[in-house]
Design a protein. Sequence first.
Length: 280
Amino acid sequence: MKKLVINADDYGLCESVNRGILECFQNGLVSDFSFMINLQEFEKASSLLAETGVNEIGFHLNLTVGRSVLDSKTELTDNEGNFFNLKTLFLKIMGRKISDQDIYQEIFAQLDLLVSHDYKITHIDSHTNIHTLPQIMKPLLRAIKNLGLNVPIRMPYEGRLSFSSLTIKNMIRITLLNLLTLNSRLFTKYHGPVRTIGGNFFDNPESEIVFTEILDRIKKSAFNQFELAVHPGYPSDELLKYDSYYDQRAAELNFLLKNAPVFQESWLKICRFHELSNDN
C-alpha cells in the first residue's frame, strides 16, 4: 500500500491562513502542517496551537516574509531587519553577497525558537522552496545536526508535466524547481525518504482535476511514500500584506473541505510523517 502525507504549508503566516489550516487538520483533511516563522505573527500563532494542544509540527523555513528572528541587521535583511523579497534574495545569493554564516544563524534561530517552545519537529520544508538552493541547504543541514534533529526534509520534484500544468508560467516554475532539487541533491548528498509532489493551482481553478491527476501519478509511480504539499487558507486583507497566493488558497481550502473523499482509495493510506519508513 502506498502512503501519502498531506501537509499544509504556511501556518504562522497570518490569522486567516492559520484558521484554515487548523480547520483542515482538526477535521482530518490534512495529516501534518508546517510552522512558518513570521516574527510579527509568531506569538499569536503559537498561542493558538497551545489552545488546540498541538506540539508536533513541521518547520517551514522563511527567509523572505516579515522580520528576521535575529535582533541585528544581517545580509539577509534591510536596515530595519526585514527580509528581502524572493527575487532580491535569490540575486544576492547568486552574487555571493550573503555569507553562509548569516544564513546559518537565521536558520538556527528559527529552528531553535520552535524547539525552545517545546515543539517536536516532525519534518522540514521552506517558503517558496528556498531551501533547494545548495547555499541554503548546506547551512540548514548544519543547523539540523547541531540541534540534534533527525527529520525528513522536503525535496520537491514534479517529474513529468500533467495536462493541467501545460502553461508557460507553470512549465518554467516546475522546470526550475526540478533543477534546483537535483542540484541540491548533487551538492549536499541529501536524499530524503519521501517523494514530494504538488499540483498546478497557480493558474487552474479546477482543484478537483489537479488532485485527481496527482493521485494518478502516485498510483503509477514506482515509489511508495509521498508528500502532497497544500496551502489552504481563508482570504483576508492581512494575507494580502504578505502573499500573492490569495484566491488559490481559498480554492484549495474549499476543495479539501468539500471533496476530501477523493483520497479514500483502497491502495492509499493517508498518514503522518512519523509513520513513514526510512526507505522509499
